[in-house]
Design a protein around this ligand. Structure first.
Ligand code: 5GP
Ligand code: ZN
Length: 112
């Protein structure tokens, strides 16, 4: 069993409700939402942060985000994608992930 929380979610060991997935990514709601819609997107394969993800996997992310945002009903009004790297970036979980924030005017807020 992995000691990485998001690997355990990716392996469906924790019963987290999956909003969308394909071979490469999985999306689920953040446990502590900072906006009306706050979804986390993770690569199923473990990478520590944005700088570690394999190029051919990150290349598939825009299509996943597009489909997910349509499914969530936020594609037209828009959304924000945030990724945190390292301590000063505010990264708490060291399995890289992308925050999709939406459902209100996020204004100048750049941190979730
Ligand atoms: P970071 O600060 O690393 O970019 O973000 C980690 C995010 O993971 C936080 O927004 C936090 O609320 C979320 N989170 C932490 N533990 C869990 C969990 O067990 N389940 C879910 N769904 N989200 C989690
Ligand atoms: Zn992991």
């Amino acid at each position: 069993m992995s000691d990485c929380l998001f690997c355990r979610i990716a392996n469906k060991e924790l019963g987290t409700e999956v909003l969308m997935e394909n071979d490469y990514f999985m999306a689920f709601s953040d446990i502590n939402p900072k906006a009306p819609v706050h979804v986390l997107i993770i690569p199923k394969k473990h990478f520590q942060d944005i700088t570690d993800i394999e190029g051919d996997i990150i290349a598939k992310l825009p299509d996943f985000i597009k489909e997910l945002s349509e499914k969530l009903g936020v594609s037209e009004r828009g959304f924000r994608i945030i990724t945190n790297k390292g301590k000063d970036g505010g990264q708490i979980i060291f399995h890289t992930h992308f925050h999709l924030l939406a459902g209100k005017d996020l204004g100048d807020l750049i941190k979730e």
